[in-house]
Design a binder for this molecule. Structure first.
Ligand code: ATP
Ligand code: FE2
Length: 331
């Protein structure tokens, strides 16, 4: 079965085409175009306009790269939420139009669950992980329990990526700022105290951001500030992930989201996993960030398990929570 997936929850518009052969996920193409605001954060309407402008070209290029004719597509999947309304609506409208014109079924999927399933789909040894999902807007620790993907811990304020981007922007770094902060942090030698906020299983980053900006105003060495941000924030994330693993008695940990490409975060989580005798997995970088292939793969899993969605039912949901999804494709 060939499925085309459209991702459009926030700043990225992505189209991926995947081929499912008896449960094996082969990615035929996975193209992404990122909206980069000239100044400040993402303006939802402008991001949506960007997506609308580039959708047709990405669609064409994705089909070409996959060497798939539109008539060969069996299923159209799209990101139903959570995300920014105008962006979600743009991707959903494109998916509905494709579904109607190609006369192929349509399926709307949960973006956060897609991050987890693409890890399971492309890493055969990864079967029942705790997912540490760290992106711009989202920071969640997710695992399967009693028929659903449950959120065991999450940020109480901003996502970790958003924290990094906000700090970077205050220091005139180019968006997305995570990679630059990672690079600077490698040259850090001195640790500055920053708020380490864990409440139960949840984390918070706005206090850390304020304190880091304060150090910057005091003209402390930027490399040391970046180093301190990473050490503090990633330690908190690793701690809640470990607690979720202990609680659920799971022996695998999977990373997802744009921040998962950070080598220091990977290192900390891997060390924690090794010390627990658990296994550590991180998907390829282009599958960690928001992408169409993960949407397509979850679409396939849902469709094969019998889920069907009419155009009428395909309305977007900006607050589509991970645990609202009935997981029909797992025992
Ligand atoms: P979502 O809609 O799921 O919240 P998103 O729109 O933020 O996701 P992603 O592509 O998953 O998109 O993640 C982007 C984030 O990842 C940005 O905040 C960026 O700064 C961060 N990031 C990217 N590379 C790195 C890195 N090497 N280290 C730290 N952060 C990184
Ligand atoms: Fe994401």
């Amino acid at each position: 079965m060939i499925c085309l997936g459209i991702e459009g929850t926030a700043h990225s518009i992505g189209i991926g085409i995947i081929d499912d052969q008896q449960g094996t996920c082969t990615i035929r193409s996975n193209l992404i175009k990122i909206y980069r605001p000239e100044k400040g954060g993402i303006h939802p309407r402008e991001a949506a306009n960007h997506h609308a402008l580039h959708l047709a070209d990405i669609l064409k290029a994705s089909l070409q790269q996959a060497k798939v004719r539109s008539s060969e597509i069996d299923l159209i999947a799209f990101s139903r939420g959570p995300g920014l309304g105008p962006c979600l609506r743009t991707a959903a409208t494109a998916a509905r139009a494709l579904s109607l014109s190609l006369e192929k079924p349509l399926i709307g999927v949960n973006h956060c669950v897609a991050h987890l399933e693409i890890g399971r789909g492309t890493i055969p040894e990864c079967t029942d992980p705790v997912l540490l999902y760290t992106s711009g807007a989202n920071t969640q620790v997710i695992a399967f329990a009693e028929g659903r993907y449950r959120v065991f811990g999450e940020t109480l304020d901003i996502g970790i990526g958003n924290c990094l981007d906000k700090f970077g922007r205050s220091q005139d770094m180019e968006f997305p700022c995570g990679p630059k902060i990672e690079q600077l942090a490698r040259q850090g030698t001195q640790y500055f105290d920053l708020p380490y906020s864990i409440k139960g299983m949840d984390v918070a980053f706005s206090g850390l951001l304020t304190a880091a900006e304060h150090y910057a105003r005091q003209k402390r060495r930027i490399e040391d500030i970046c180093y301190s941000i990473q050490e503090t924030a990633f330690a908190a994330l690793t701690e809640v992930t470990e607690r979720a693993m202990a609680h659920t008695e799971k022996h695998e940990v999977l990373l997802g989201g744009g921040v998962a490409s950070n080598a220091r975060l990977q290192g900390m989580v891997e060390t924690m996993a090794t010390e627990r005798g658990a296994r550590f997995f991180v998907p390829a970088k282009n599958l960690c960030v928001d992408n169409g292939a993960m949407i397509a793969w979850l679409g396939v899993l849902m469709h094969k398990s019998g889920v069907r969605m009419s155009i009428k039912e395909s309305i977007i949901d900006q607050r589509f929570r991970t645990d609202m999804v009935e997981v029909t494709w797992r025992d």
